[in-house]
Design a protein around this ligand. Structure first.
Ligand code: TLP
Length: 342
């Protein structure tokens, strides 16, 4: 792709900065499978501290973080409750059934979250006919809900209901820091009652690779074994963790991405596009298209703007640290020209 493209397909496309590349090349490393990589150990501790949990586990991707968490929380055949639009159900290739043998029960609710009452209604009493209800998986921010940030008053009651019924709670916090910045609360507050949380370093935070799963020490010890099962034990992974440590410094600047996404949203709406975002938006804008979304994607590419589809008639634009104000101007000019082209 030409260097001057504006790439709004995802915040996963960010490239490591010069400073990050330098830190990677200078990282102190060891064999992490022996627990001897000082930079990985530092990153795991930093992530755990940041989220007020006891321990962390560095994994190659957000998908592996979620899957390792599901494996560590469940036994084969256990029931896991998840919103029908969540990444761990919608975009992970059925992996929870493949690896953990979990039965996924899909719940619905506005903006990527079901209510505590809905959860109570769906968790069935112990009975030989029913699977063991074991896990609730939440996602904050919620990707398919347009990057919706979920405040404590929305998630706390769901977590409380899960715990009342003896279920554990995992939070897919791939973009948890976006939620924290948008809501003006600390990230650890958002996951205060969660038993495990995964965060991605390779999205808006700008690291090239990596996620961290955090939870209690016992849980992380268990998770380490499952990471091994999935082949996610990396050796001198400190070169990657060094980037992750710097990525954690990029949390405050996520606010800039949110401002840019808001400008995109308002301007696209003013042009007559059916652009929308959730009630607490972050770094995403969705556009519902009257015709095939792919046609708009192809059209935009002629203007040097990359966007992605989220369904046959839905487009997603994601702001991140490699999209500047000039990139937003260029995108808006492209959409204006596309409107004129019809
Ligand atoms: N999401 C990607 C695609 O897979 C859709 C994106 O471009 O948004 N949890 C959430 C909430 C995610 O959005 C993603 C990535 C993941 C987990 C998985 O992370 P990776 O790609 O590192 O496995």
């Amino acid at each position: 792709m030409a260097e001057d493209w504006v790439d709004l397909r995802s915040d996963t496309v960010t490239k490591p900065s010069t400073e990050m590349r330098r830190a990677m090349s200078e990282a102190e490393v060891g064999d992490d499978v022996y627990g001897e990589d000082p930079t990985v150990n530092q990153l795991e501790a930093a992530a755990a501290l940041r989220l007020s949990k006891q321990a962390g586990l560095f994994v190659p991707s957000g998908t592996m973080a979620n899957q390792v968490a599901i494996l560590a929380h469940t036994e084969r055949g256990d029931e896991m409750f998840i919103h029908q639009d969540s990444h761990a159900y919608y975009y992970e290739g059925g992996a929870a059934s493949l690896w953990a043998g979990a039965m996924l029960t899909l719940l619905d609710g506005p903006e990527g979250l079901f209510s505590a009452d809905e959860l109570r209604r769906r968790v069935r009493p112990a009975n030989i006919h029913h699977p063991h209800p074991r896990l609730v998986s939440l996602e904050n921010t919620h990707n398919r809900a347009g990057g919706a940030a979920m405040a404590p008053d929305r998630v706390d009651p769901v977590m409380a209901a899960a715990h009342e019924m003896g279920l554990s709670v995992h939070v897919d916090g791939a973009r948890l820091f976006n939620a924290a910045v948008a809501l003006g609360v600390t990230a650890d507050r958002l996951v205060r009652d969660a038993d495990s949380v995964s965060i991605c370093l390779s999205k808006g935070l700008g690291a090239p690779v990596g996620s961290v799963l955090v939870g209690s020490r016992t849980f992380i010890d268990r998770a380490r074994m499952y990471r091994k099962w999935l082949g996610g034990g990396m050796r001198q992974a400190g070169v990657l963790a060094a980037a992750g440590l710097l990525a954690l410094n990029n949390v405050d600047r996520l606010a800039e991405d949110h401002v840019r996404a808001e400008r995109l949203l308002k301007s696209l709406q003013a042009m007559g596009y059916h652009a929308w975002g959730p009630s607490v938006p972050t770094n995403m804008v969705m556009i519902d298209t009257p015709g095939p979304a792919q046609a708009l994607v192809d059209q935009a590419s002629q203007f040097g703007v990359r966007i992605g589809t989220m369904g046959p008639q839905r487009i997603r634009l994601v702001t991140h640290l490699d999209v500047s104000d000039a990139g937003i101007d260029r995108t808006l000019n492209a959409f204006e020209a596309m409107k004129a082209q019809g």
